[in-house]
Design a binder for this molecule. Structure first.
Ligand SMILES: Nc1ncnc2c1ncn2[C@@H]1O[C@H](COP(=O)(O)OP(=O)(O)OP(=O)(O)O)[C@@H](O)[C@H]1O
Length: 253
Protein backbone atom coordinates (compact mmCIF):
# COMPACT_ATOMS: atom_id res chain seq x y z
CA UNK A 1 0.00 0.00 0.00
CA UNK A 2 1.59 3.24 -1.17
CA UNK A 3 0.77 6.79 -0.03
CA UNK A 4 1.36 9.66 -2.41
CA UNK A 5 0.64 13.19 -1.26
CA UNK A 6 1.39 15.58 -4.09
CA UNK A 7 1.61 19.36 -4.20
CA UNK A 8 0.11 19.88 -0.74
CA UNK A 9 -0.50 23.53 0.01
CA UNK A 10 -2.19 24.66 3.22
CA UNK A 11 -3.24 28.23 3.89
CA UNK A 12 -4.65 29.24 7.27
CA UNK A 13 -6.10 32.73 7.26
CA UNK A 14 -3.70 34.79 5.15
CA UNK A 15 -0.68 32.66 5.95
CA UNK A 16 0.53 29.80 3.78
CA UNK A 17 1.85 27.19 6.20
CA UNK A 18 2.71 24.39 3.77
CA UNK A 19 4.02 25.30 0.32
CA UNK A 20 3.47 22.60 -2.30
CA UNK A 21 4.96 19.71 -0.31
CA UNK A 22 5.02 16.23 -1.82
CA UNK A 23 5.59 13.08 0.20
CA UNK A 24 5.63 9.45 -0.84
CA UNK A 25 5.60 6.36 1.36
CA UNK A 26 6.27 3.19 -0.57
CA UNK A 27 4.78 -0.16 0.43
CA UNK A 28 5.61 -1.02 4.09
CA UNK A 29 8.11 1.83 4.38
CA UNK A 30 8.61 3.68 7.68
CA UNK A 31 8.99 7.30 6.62
CA UNK A 32 9.86 10.13 9.02
CA UNK A 33 9.01 13.80 8.84
CA UNK A 34 11.52 15.97 10.67
CA UNK A 35 11.98 19.71 11.11
CA UNK A 36 11.98 22.42 13.77
CA UNK A 37 9.01 23.53 15.89
CA UNK A 38 6.45 25.37 13.81
CA UNK A 39 7.86 24.33 10.40
CA UNK A 40 4.55 22.77 9.35
CA UNK A 41 4.91 19.04 10.05
CA UNK A 42 1.58 18.68 11.89
CA UNK A 43 -0.19 20.89 9.39
CA UNK A 44 1.09 18.77 6.50
CA UNK A 45 0.09 15.56 8.28
CA UNK A 46 -3.37 16.94 9.13
CA UNK A 47 -3.92 17.88 5.49
CA UNK A 48 -2.99 14.31 4.52
CA UNK A 49 -5.33 12.67 7.04
CA UNK A 50 -8.19 15.06 6.31
CA UNK A 51 -8.23 16.93 9.59
CA UNK A 52 -7.48 20.11 7.59
CA UNK A 53 -8.59 20.88 4.07
CA UNK A 54 -5.57 21.74 1.91
CA UNK A 55 -5.76 24.69 -0.47
CA UNK A 56 -4.44 22.38 -3.16
CA UNK A 57 -2.91 18.96 -3.53
CA UNK A 58 -3.97 15.35 -3.75
CA UNK A 59 -3.56 12.34 -1.47
CA UNK A 60 -3.79 8.80 -2.80
CA UNK A 61 -3.49 5.61 -0.77
CA UNK A 62 -3.02 3.11 -3.60
CA UNK A 63 -6.12 3.90 -5.67
CA UNK A 64 -8.16 5.41 -2.81
CA UNK A 65 -8.50 9.17 -3.21
CA UNK A 66 -8.27 10.15 0.46
CA UNK A 67 -9.45 13.74 0.13
CA UNK A 68 -12.57 12.68 -1.79
CA UNK A 69 -13.49 9.60 0.26
CA UNK A 70 -15.76 9.28 3.31
CA UNK A 71 -14.29 9.29 6.82
CA UNK A 72 -15.40 5.69 7.27
CA UNK A 73 -13.74 4.49 4.08
CA UNK A 74 -10.49 6.32 4.97
CA UNK A 75 -10.44 5.02 8.54
CA UNK A 76 -10.83 1.44 7.35
CA UNK A 77 -7.42 1.84 5.71
CA UNK A 78 -5.63 4.66 7.54
CA UNK A 79 -5.01 4.99 11.29
CA UNK A 80 -3.88 8.21 12.94
CA UNK A 81 -2.11 8.84 16.23
CA UNK A 82 -2.39 12.60 16.68
CA UNK A 83 -0.44 14.93 18.95
CA UNK A 84 -3.15 15.77 21.48
CA UNK A 85 -5.24 13.02 22.98
CA UNK A 86 -7.49 14.86 25.39
CA UNK A 87 -11.05 13.66 25.94
CA UNK A 88 -13.71 15.18 28.11
CA UNK A 89 -15.71 12.08 28.97
CA UNK A 90 -14.30 9.06 30.69
CA UNK A 91 -13.97 5.56 29.32
CA UNK A 92 -11.96 2.58 30.48
CA UNK A 93 -8.79 1.78 28.59
CA UNK A 94 -10.51 -1.24 27.06
CA UNK A 95 -13.47 0.85 25.90
CA UNK A 96 -11.11 3.43 24.39
CA UNK A 97 -9.25 0.74 22.45
CA UNK A 98 -12.58 -0.79 21.35
CA UNK A 99 -13.38 2.54 19.65
CA UNK A 100 -10.71 1.52 17.13
CA UNK A 101 -13.15 -1.11 15.84
CA UNK A 102 -15.82 1.48 14.94
CA UNK A 103 -14.90 1.87 11.24
CA UNK A 104 -15.34 -1.88 10.78
CA UNK A 105 -18.81 -2.03 12.34
CA UNK A 106 -22.29 -1.10 11.19
CA UNK A 107 -24.07 1.67 13.06
CA UNK A 108 -24.87 0.61 16.68
CA UNK A 109 -23.53 -2.88 16.04
CA UNK A 110 -22.46 -4.62 19.28
CA UNK A 111 -18.87 -5.75 19.88
CA UNK A 112 -18.29 -9.14 18.28
CA UNK A 113 -15.99 -11.83 19.79
CA UNK A 114 -13.53 -11.04 16.97
CA UNK A 115 -13.48 -7.34 17.99
CA UNK A 116 -12.73 -8.34 21.60
CA UNK A 117 -9.90 -10.60 20.41
CA UNK A 118 -8.39 -7.79 18.31
CA UNK A 119 -8.64 -5.38 21.27
CA UNK A 120 -6.95 -7.93 23.58
CA UNK A 121 -4.12 -8.27 21.05
CA UNK A 122 -3.71 -4.49 20.72
CA UNK A 123 -3.59 -4.16 24.53
CA UNK A 124 -1.02 -6.95 24.74
CA UNK A 125 1.38 -5.59 22.16
CA UNK A 126 1.28 -2.13 23.72
CA UNK A 127 1.80 -3.63 27.22
CA UNK A 128 -1.54 -2.31 28.45
CA UNK A 129 -3.33 -5.53 29.40
CA UNK A 130 -3.15 -4.77 33.10
CA UNK A 131 -4.52 -1.27 32.50
CA UNK A 132 -7.68 -2.37 30.74
CA UNK A 133 -10.11 -1.56 33.57
CA UNK A 134 -8.41 1.77 34.37
CA UNK A 135 -10.12 5.06 33.61
CA UNK A 136 -8.51 6.74 30.59
CA UNK A 137 -8.65 10.17 32.24
CA UNK A 138 -6.65 8.90 35.23
CA UNK A 139 -3.67 7.92 33.07
CA UNK A 140 -0.41 9.82 32.67
CA UNK A 141 0.38 11.53 29.34
CA UNK A 142 2.63 8.66 28.25
CA UNK A 143 0.07 6.02 29.21
CA UNK A 144 -2.63 7.89 27.26
CA UNK A 145 -0.32 7.97 24.26
CA UNK A 146 0.04 4.17 24.41
CA UNK A 147 -3.74 3.76 24.66
CA UNK A 148 -4.22 5.88 21.55
CA UNK A 149 -1.65 3.74 19.74
CA UNK A 150 -3.47 0.58 20.92
CA UNK A 151 -6.77 2.03 19.64
CA UNK A 152 -5.15 2.72 16.28
CA UNK A 153 -3.67 -0.79 16.15
CA UNK A 154 -7.15 -2.23 16.94
CA UNK A 155 -8.40 -0.32 13.92
CA UNK A 156 -6.17 -2.69 11.86
CA UNK A 157 -5.17 0.03 9.40
CA UNK A 158 -3.06 -0.75 6.37
CA UNK A 159 -1.31 2.60 6.76
CA UNK A 160 -0.53 4.68 9.84
CA UNK A 161 0.17 8.36 10.40
CA UNK A 162 1.75 9.40 13.68
CA UNK A 163 2.33 12.96 14.85
CA UNK A 164 5.16 12.93 17.37
CA UNK A 165 4.10 9.58 18.83
CA UNK A 166 6.84 9.58 21.47
CA UNK A 167 6.13 13.05 22.81
CA UNK A 168 5.40 12.21 26.43
CA UNK A 169 7.33 9.00 26.62
CA UNK A 170 10.40 8.02 28.55
CA UNK A 171 13.22 6.30 26.68
CA UNK A 172 11.96 2.77 27.23
CA UNK A 173 8.49 3.57 25.90
CA UNK A 174 9.91 5.57 22.99
CA UNK A 175 11.78 2.47 21.90
CA UNK A 176 8.81 0.21 22.62
CA UNK A 177 6.37 2.35 20.65
CA UNK A 178 8.60 2.82 17.62
CA UNK A 179 9.58 -0.89 17.57
CA UNK A 180 5.93 -1.84 17.95
CA UNK A 181 4.90 0.39 15.04
CA UNK A 182 7.80 -0.86 12.91
CA UNK A 183 6.82 -4.49 13.65
CA UNK A 184 3.29 -3.89 12.35
CA UNK A 185 4.88 -4.19 8.90
CA UNK A 186 2.61 -1.52 7.36
CA UNK A 187 3.39 1.82 5.72
CA UNK A 188 4.03 4.56 8.28
CA UNK A 189 4.44 8.31 8.05
CA UNK A 190 5.58 9.78 11.37
CA UNK A 191 6.63 13.23 12.52
CA UNK A 192 9.58 12.75 14.85
CA UNK A 193 11.73 15.16 16.83
CA UNK A 194 14.47 12.82 17.97
CA UNK A 195 16.93 12.53 15.10
CA UNK A 196 18.63 9.43 16.55
CA UNK A 197 15.28 7.66 16.70
CA UNK A 198 14.48 8.90 13.19
CA UNK A 199 17.83 7.62 11.88
CA UNK A 200 17.38 4.27 13.59
CA UNK A 201 13.76 3.52 12.67
CA UNK A 202 13.09 5.30 9.38
CA UNK A 203 13.77 3.91 5.94
CA UNK A 204 13.38 7.35 4.41
CA UNK A 205 13.10 10.92 5.69
CA UNK A 206 11.53 14.20 4.63
CA UNK A 207 13.00 17.29 6.28
CA UNK A 208 10.68 20.30 6.39
CA UNK A 209 11.74 23.90 6.87
CA UNK A 210 9.36 26.88 6.68
CA UNK A 211 6.62 24.73 5.18
CA UNK A 212 8.80 23.45 2.34
CA UNK A 213 10.36 20.01 1.85
CA UNK A 214 13.98 21.05 2.29
CA UNK A 215 15.55 17.61 1.73
CA UNK A 216 14.49 14.00 1.37
CA UNK A 217 16.30 10.70 1.14
CA UNK A 218 17.70 7.98 3.36
CA UNK A 219 18.62 9.06 6.92
CA UNK A 220 22.31 9.04 5.90
CA UNK A 221 21.57 11.36 2.98
CA UNK A 222 19.34 13.77 4.89
CA UNK A 223 20.92 13.87 8.35
CA UNK A 224 24.21 15.45 7.38
CA UNK A 225 25.79 18.10 9.65
CA UNK A 226 25.22 20.73 6.90
CA UNK A 227 21.51 19.93 6.56
CA UNK A 228 20.97 19.81 10.32
CA UNK A 229 22.73 23.15 10.76
CA UNK A 230 20.55 24.71 8.05
CA UNK A 231 17.31 23.18 9.26
CA UNK A 232 17.66 23.61 13.04
CA UNK A 233 20.19 26.46 13.21
CA UNK A 234 22.49 24.57 15.57
CA UNK A 235 26.03 23.32 15.13
CA UNK A 236 26.09 19.58 14.68
CA UNK A 237 28.60 16.76 14.43
CA UNK A 238 27.46 13.30 13.40
CA UNK A 239 29.03 10.00 14.40
CA UNK A 240 28.28 6.32 14.23
CA UNK A 241 26.87 5.00 17.52
CA UNK A 242 29.25 2.13 18.43
CA UNK A 243 26.49 0.12 20.12
CA UNK A 244 23.53 0.48 17.76
CA UNK A 245 25.50 1.17 14.59
CA UNK A 246 23.01 4.00 13.90
CA UNK A 247 23.78 7.66 13.32
CA UNK A 248 24.46 9.73 16.43
CA UNK A 249 24.45 13.52 16.79
CA UNK A 250 26.23 16.02 19.01
CA UNK A 251 24.77 19.53 19.04
CA UNK A 252 25.82 22.97 20.23
CA UNK A 253 24.66 26.51 19.61
N1 LIG B 1 -5.08 27.25 13.11
C1 LIG B 1 -3.97 27.97 12.97
N2 LIG B 1 -4.01 29.32 12.89
C2 LIG B 1 -2.90 30.05 12.72
N3 LIG B 1 -1.67 29.51 12.62
C3 LIG B 1 -1.55 28.19 12.69
C4 LIG B 1 -2.69 27.34 12.86
N4 LIG B 1 -2.25 26.06 12.89
C5 LIG B 1 -0.92 26.11 12.75
N5 LIG B 1 -0.50 27.39 12.64
C6 LIG B 1 0.89 27.85 12.50
O1 LIG B 1 1.49 27.09 11.47
C7 LIG B 1 2.85 26.87 11.75
C8 LIG B 1 3.14 25.38 11.62
O2 LIG B 1 2.51 24.71 12.71
P1 LIG B 1 2.63 23.12 12.87
O3 LIG B 1 1.86 22.75 14.08
O4 LIG B 1 2.27 22.49 11.58
O5 LIG B 1 4.19 22.95 13.12
P2 LIG B 1 5.03 21.66 13.55
O6 LIG B 1 6.17 21.57 12.59
O7 LIG B 1 4.17 20.47 13.68
O8 LIG B 1 5.58 22.13 14.96
P3 LIG B 1 5.90 21.34 16.32
O9 LIG B 1 7.16 20.58 16.05
O10 LIG B 1 6.13 22.45 17.29
O11 LIG B 1 4.73 20.47 16.67
C9 LIG B 1 3.11 27.44 13.14
O12 LIG B 1 3.69 28.71 13.00
C10 LIG B 1 1.73 27.56 13.73
O13 LIG B 1 1.65 28.62 14.66
Amino acid sequence: MELTAAGMEVRIGRKTIVHGASVRVKDKQFVGLIGPNGCGKSTLLKSIYKSLVPTSGSVMLDDLNILKSSEKKVSQKMGVVGQFNEMHFDLTVEQMVMLGRTPHKKMLEADRPKDREIVEDALRITNLTEYKERSYLSLSGGEKQRVVLARTIAQQPEFMILDEPTNHLDIRYQIEILSCVKNLGIGVLAALHDLEMAAHYCDYLYAVKNGVVYAHGTPEDVLTPENIEDIYEVKCTTYRNPITGSLGFAYSL
